[in-house]
Design a protein around this ligand. Structure first.
Ligand SMILES: [Zn+2]
Length: 337
C-alpha cells in the first residue's frame, strides 16, 4: 500500500494514494496538517510565497528568489490554522520514521531559527529531513530520540536569526537531502567566519537539499519505491575528477552512492553531481593521476542542466570549465580538501 499520512486536529488520515509495491520502510507523511497536496490541489493551496506581490513558486525549491539568482533549498509551507493575532498554530510532523540528529532551540543562532533535523536510517540512502523557523520544538526531543512517522515534533512559527519573518508569513521551511561530512568543524575552522559554528554537523552549509515537492510527487505517483530511485533519475550536471587520497565519510554514510566496494587506497575520485550540487555518485580512481594535474578537474558538463542563474557549479573561460565557489565548497566538504 502506498499512503500519504496526514494528521489533522490530532486525528490521523491515511490518504491511500495507490496500491502497489513500495518498500515497506518507505512511507512519507506531509509535514504539516494541510491536506491540499495529498488532495492534488495547486501550489497556491500550500506554498508560502515570499510576499503578497510575489509568484507562488517563490515558496518552492530551486532558483526561485531574486529573479532566479537566489537559491531556495526547500519548501515554504503555510499554516492552515492561526489564532486571532495571526500566529500560526499548525503542528509539525515527522515526514518519515527516523532519529533526531540535531535540535537548535535558540532562534538567534541560525537563519533557520529554531530547527530540528531528523535522519532516516531505514531509507536507501538515509536522507535527512529538516524543519525550520519553528515556534517551538516538542519538549524532550534530543539527539538520538527515535521518532515515528507523523509524530509531532514542533509547532510552526516565524523564528529566524537575521531577517525577521513577519507573523503573517509564518511558515515551515522543509528540507530533505544529504549530509556532506561528519567533520564539518574542520572545514569551518579553515574559513574566515567571524562567529563560531554552533550547529555541529547540521549547519546548512553541510546539507544539500533535493526538491521535496518533486520527491513527494514521485512518491504519490508511485514512480519511486525508495529515495535511491529518485536520486538515480536526476540528470547529471557535471562530472569532476578530484585528486586526493582521502576516503570520504560520505561513502560510509551513503554506500549506494559509490562504486567503491573495498576501502583500499585510491588516487582520487570522479564525482557526478545532479542539479544544484546533489552528489549522485562517487567512483574511486584506480589509475595514477599525474602530478601536474589540477586537484579539481571538470571532466564533463551538461549545459542543459545549468540554465538557471543560481547555484551554478561550473564557469567557462574560453573552452575550459572551472568549478564555481559553490562546487569547490561541496568538494572541500566531501573530501576534506
Ligand atoms: Zn524557506
Amino acid at each position: 500500500m502506498n499512503y500519504l499520512l496526514l494528521r489533522y486536529c490530532g486525528i490521523f488520515f491515511l490518504i491511500a494514494l495507490h496500491l502497489g509495491a513500495s518498500s515497506p520502510n518507505f512511507k512519507l507523511s506531509w509535514p504539516t496538517p494541510n491536506p491540499a497536496f495529498a488532495r492534488g490541489l495547486g501550489y497556491s493551496t500550500f506554498l508560502q510565497k515570499t510576499g503578497p506581490d510575489k509568484a507562488v513558486t517563490s515558496g518552492a525549491y530551486g532558483c526561485v528568489r531574486n529573479n532566479g539568482y537566489k537559491f531556495h533549498e526547500g519548501l515554504d509551507l503555510y499554516p492552515v490554522k492561526r489564532d486571532r493575532r495571526g500566529k500560526a498554530e499548525d503542528s509539525i510532523y515527522a515526514a518519515m520514521d527516523g532519529v533526531v540528529s540535531y535540535v537548535n532551540s535558540t532562534a538567534s543562532y541560525s537563519a533557520y531559527g529554531k530547527y530540528i533535523v531528523l535522519e532516516h536510517p531505514q531509507l536507501n540512502p538515509p536522507l535527512y529531513s529538516l524543519y525550520a523557523h519553528l515556534h517551538s520544538i516538542t519538549p524532550n526531543l534530543k539527539r538520538g530520540s527515535r521518532i515515528v512517522i507523523a509524530q509531532e515534533i514542533g509547532k510552526m512559527g516565524n523564528s529566524s536569526s537575521g531577517y525577521r519573518i513577519p507573523l503573517e508569513r509564518s511558515h515551515l521551511h522543509f528540507e530533505m537531502g544529504l549530509r556532506l561530512t561528519d567533520k564539518f568543524q574542520n572545514w569551518y575552522n579553515k574559513k574566515p567566519f567571524t562567529s563560531k559554528n554552533r550547529h555541529d554537523n547540521f549547519s546548512g552549509f553541510n546539507l544539500v537539499g533535493l526538491d521535496p515537492l518533486a520527491f513527494y510527487t514521485k512518491y504519490k505517483n508511485k514512480s519511486i519505491s525508495n529515495p535511491i530511485d529518485f536520486i538515480r533519475a536526476l540528470p547529471v550536471t557535471v562530472i569532476v575528477q578530484v585528486k586526493t587520497k582521502n576516503i570520504p565519510d560520505f561513502i560510509t554514510r551513503y554506500p549506494t552512492l559509490t562504486t567503491q566496494t573495498k576501502s583500499t587506497a585510491t588516487n582520487g575520485w570522479t564525482v557526478s553531481f545532479g542539479p544544484y550540487g546533489i552528489p549522485l555518485q562517487l567512483k574511486p580512481v584506480e589509475e595514477m593521476i599525474s602530478e601536474k594535474e589540477k586537484q579539481i578537474k571538470i571532466l564533463q558538463f551538461n549545459s542543459n542542466t545549468q540554465k538557471k542563474p543560481c547555484r551554478r557549479l561550473t564557469t567557462q573561460k574560453g573552452s575550459e570549465f572551472f568549478p564555481t565557489e559553490q562546487l569547490q565548497t561541496y568538494l572541500e566538504l566531501i573530501f576534506g580538501l
